[in-house]
Write a protein that binds this ligand. Sequence first.
Ligand code: NAD
Length: 289
Amino acid sequence: MRIEKGQVAVVTGGASGIGYGLAEELAARGVRLVIADIREDGLAAACEALRAAGAEVTAVVTDVSDAAAVGRLADRSMTAYGRVDLVCNNAGVVCPGAPMWQQDDHTWQRLIGVKLLGVVHGVRAFAPLLIEQGSGHFLNTASAGGLSPLPGRTPYAGTMHAVVGLTETLDVELKQVAPTLGATVVCPGLVDTPLGQNSAALGAIQLPTGSPSMRDLAPDGILSPREVAAAALLAVEADRVHTAPGTGVAARARTRVDALLADIEAEEKGRGPGPEAHGSHAAGGGRLR
Ligand SMILES: NC(=O)c1ccc[n+]([C@@H]2O[C@H](COP(=O)([O-])OP(=O)(O)OC[C@H]3O[C@@H](n4cnc5c(N)ncnc54)[C@H](O)[C@@H]3O)[C@@H](O)[C@H]2O)c1
């Protein structure tokens, strides 16, 4: 999808970090904005700053884990502008660091609610509008942790792998409706945002004083939210399904895919030639591209 002046974009988690970077980058291209966030104060401050820079912005306090609230966000967007071209399902929190067997139910429910169902709610609320219009694109924020293992953060990694997988399938489903529809997933490495502080403010983690910042965790350099936004919008314009900005992200993804293929090939060799070894799952109609 080409991004053009006068279009309308909805950005969840738009009060801070990557969402705010997307809003800035879109506003710089003359795109009108609907910014949604659960933190009312942060949302008001972000909108004020965007307006001061000349952007046309509508703010909607929204908890993306609440399907009805995301439905109201879609209604408000249509009332404000009468159309939506780009939906950025970006809101998120991080989970506490611990091995999988120590992550509690509450953490799993929260991460699934915000980081997975938040995206699902966005797609269910907005896809009918984009389909009716005949054009539009979803930009879902996942993470490098959705492309490779992330020890100590299984609720985060699990939901981010899910967002990568559902975006791949969503893109196929949208293209079956019309080639002018599509979906992209952005999987950044470490980005210089207050994700830890905001997650602590929302009760998702505890952040003892003196905890390292994102910058401290990335001795090899860190991406700015604007850099991630620019890479993501480039991928949207190129109609690419994946974008993975950040040092080392592509290498880690390659290692995972190579390991996956090596396991499958070893299994196929062990089974010997036969229908199973020649892609029999195609009979079920579920081939990945
Ligand atoms: N910062 C990184 O290193 C990094 C790397 C890869 C992926 N991500 C992902 O990028 C996304 C944005 O994170 P960020 O780093 O910009 O952090 P951030 O804290 O700066 O921004 C996230 C925003 O989402 C909002 N939010 C949280 N829960 C919400 C809810 N239930 N409903 C609506 N809004 C909610 C927060 O209030 C915040 O403004 C997240 O999904 C995060 O997991 C971050």
